[in-house]
Design a protein around this ligand. Structure first.
Ligand code: SF4
Length: 373
C-alpha cells in the first residue's frame, strides 16, 4: 500500500494538499554543507547518499532520494562522495556544539561497507560527537544485507570503538506494519545487537489504510518489542508531500491513536506519535498550541532557531501551521478550502483563521472559568 504507486489508491478530490512540497521540511534549505542538514541546536542529519533499497511513496526526502523520472527532476548531490564526506566532517569539527549525528541517506545499506566504516571511523575521531544513529530501512526490507559476515564483523569493530569512547551507537530502522516483522528481520536486529550496537529502534510512519488503528500499531509494536528486539520509538505523521493525501491522517486522529495505545507496552517502549512541523521540527502530537479543527490547521511553536533563522527576530514567537488532509474536515472546512483561489490567499486567510480560532479558544476558556465560578 505504500510502496507501489497505484492510481486507484490516490484521492481524486485532493490528491495533494495545496501546501504540499517535495522538500516539505526544508532540509535542503538547511544544508550547512552539501548533504548535512543542521536543523536542531545539537543534532544534524548527514545524507551520505541519495539511494535506497526501497522507495517509499511517502518518502520525506522524495526530492533527493532516487533518480529523476521523466516527469520529475530530482535534486542531485553534486560533490564527489569523498569530498562531501570531508566537508561534513570538517563542519562537525568546526561546530563542537553538535553532539548527535544521524547518518542517513537514502539508506546507509546502499553504501559499500568499507566506505561507511571509514566515514564512521573519522566521525568517531571527533571527540565532541556523542551519539551516532545509522538510518536503514534495509534492516526490514533487506535484512540479508545486515546479516553478511563482512557487515557483522565491521559493525563489531565500529561498535567496540564507540562503546570504548562512551559514544551511543544505534540503528534506526523503518517498519510500518506487523507483516514486515519477519524472522529474518529479527535475526538482523539480533546480529547488530550482538555486534555491540546499543539499540535498534524503529521510526515508522503513520498512514491511513496501512496502520492507522490502535490494533495495527499495537500489533506492530508488540512484534518488534517482543519478538525482534526492536524498540518502538516513533511513528511520524506522514509529511505534507505531494500525492500523499490518501495516506495522511489528521492531527486529531493521531492524538486519538496516541491516547489509544497508551498503557499496553512498557513505558520506554510506548512509541510517541510525532508531527514533524515544517520550520519547527519534531513535536509530540499533543504539543500543539492551537487547533482549528474546522479548517484543519494546527499551530505550533518552538524553542530554538534552525540554522537559517539566526537573523529572524520572530522565529521563537511565531506560530507555525500544519495542515490536516482536507477530505477529513467537516463540510464547512472543506468548503473553505475549495473557495481558496491561491496559496497566497490561503496564507492570508490562514491568518484570519488563526485569529478566529484564538477568539474561539478564549471564549471557551472564559465560559469554563464562568462555569467553574
Ligand atoms: S526508506 Fe526512508 S529514505 Fe528510503 S525511500 Fe523510504 S522514507 Fe525515503
Amino acid at each position: 500500500r505504500y510502496m507501489l504507486p497505484v492510481a486507484s489508491d490516490r484521492r481524486t478530490d485532493w490528491p495533494s494538499h495545496p501546501f504540499a512540497a517535495r522538500d516539505s521540511l526544508h532540509e535542503h534549505d538547511m544544508w550547512a554543507v552539501e548533504g548535512l542538514t543542521h536543523r536542531y541546536p545539537t543534532k544534524v542529519l548527514a545524507e551520505l547518499l541519495s539511494t535506497c533499497p526501497q522507495y517509499c511513496g511517502h518518502c520525506t526526502r522524495m526530492d533527493l532520494v532516487g533518480n529523476s523520472t521523466p516527469t520529475v527532476d530530482k535534486r542531485r548531490l553534486s560533490l564527489k562522495p569523498v569530498d562531501r564526506q570531508s566537508a561534513i566532517l570538517d563542519y562537525l569539527r568546526e561546530h563542537p556544539g553538535v553532539r548527535d549525528v544521524v547518518v542517513s541517506g537514502g539508506d546507509v545499506a546502499n553504501l559499500p561497507w568499507k566506505h561507511l566504516e571509514s566515514f564512521l571511523d573519522r566521525l568517531l575521531d571527533i571527540e565532541t560527537i556523542r551519539d551516532v544513529r545509522l538510518a536503514t530501512k534495509a534492516l526490514m526490507g533487506l535484512p540479508q544485507h545486515w546479516l553478511q559476515d563482512e557487515i557483522v564483523e565491521g559493525m563489531g569493530r565500529v561498535a567496540k570503538r564507540a562503546a570504548g569512547q562512551g559514544v551511543n551507537l544505534a540503528i534506526h530502522t523503518h517498519i510500518n506494519h506487523v507483516n514486515s516483522v519477519t524472522p529474518a528481520v529479527a535475526a538482523a536486529a539480533a546480529a547488530m545487537l550482538d555486534a555491540g550496537v546499543r539499540d535498534v529502534r524503529n521510526q515508522g510512519v503513520l498512514m491511513r489504510g496501512v496502520n492507522d488503528t490502535p490494533e495495527a500499531l499495537l500489533d506492530l509494536c508488540f512484534a518488534m518489542q517482543g519478538e525482534a528486539n526492536i524498540l518502538p520509538y516513533y511513528f511520524y505523521m506522514c509529511d505534507m508531500i505531494p500525492n500523499a493525501e490518501h495516506w495522511r491522517t489528521s492531527v486529531a486522529q493521531a492524538q486519538d491513536l496516541q491516547t489509544a495505545i497508551m498503557g499496553y507496552l512498557p513505558g520506554y517502549a510506548t512509541p510517541r506519535i510525532i508531527c514533524d512541523v515544517p520550520m519547527v521540527g519534531k513535536r509530540w502530537v499533543h504539543q500543539l498550541s492551537e487547533y482549528d479543527r474546522e479548517l484543519g490547521i494546527s499551530y505550533w511553536t518552538k524553542n530554538y532557531r534552525t540554522s537559517i533563522e539566526a537573523e529572524d527576530p520572530d522565529a521563537l514567537t511565531r506560530r507555525y501551521p500544519f495542515y490536516d488532509p482536507i477530505d477529513t474536515l467537516p463540510k464547512a472546512g472543506q468548503e473553505w478550502w475549495r473557495n481558496m483561489k491561491s496559496p497566497e490567499r490561503v496564507r492570508a486567510d490562514g491568518d484570519e483563521a488563526a485569529a478566529r480560532s484564538r477568539e474561539a479558544s478564549e471564549r471557551q476558556a472564559s465560559s469554563s472559568a464562568d462555569a467553574g465560578a
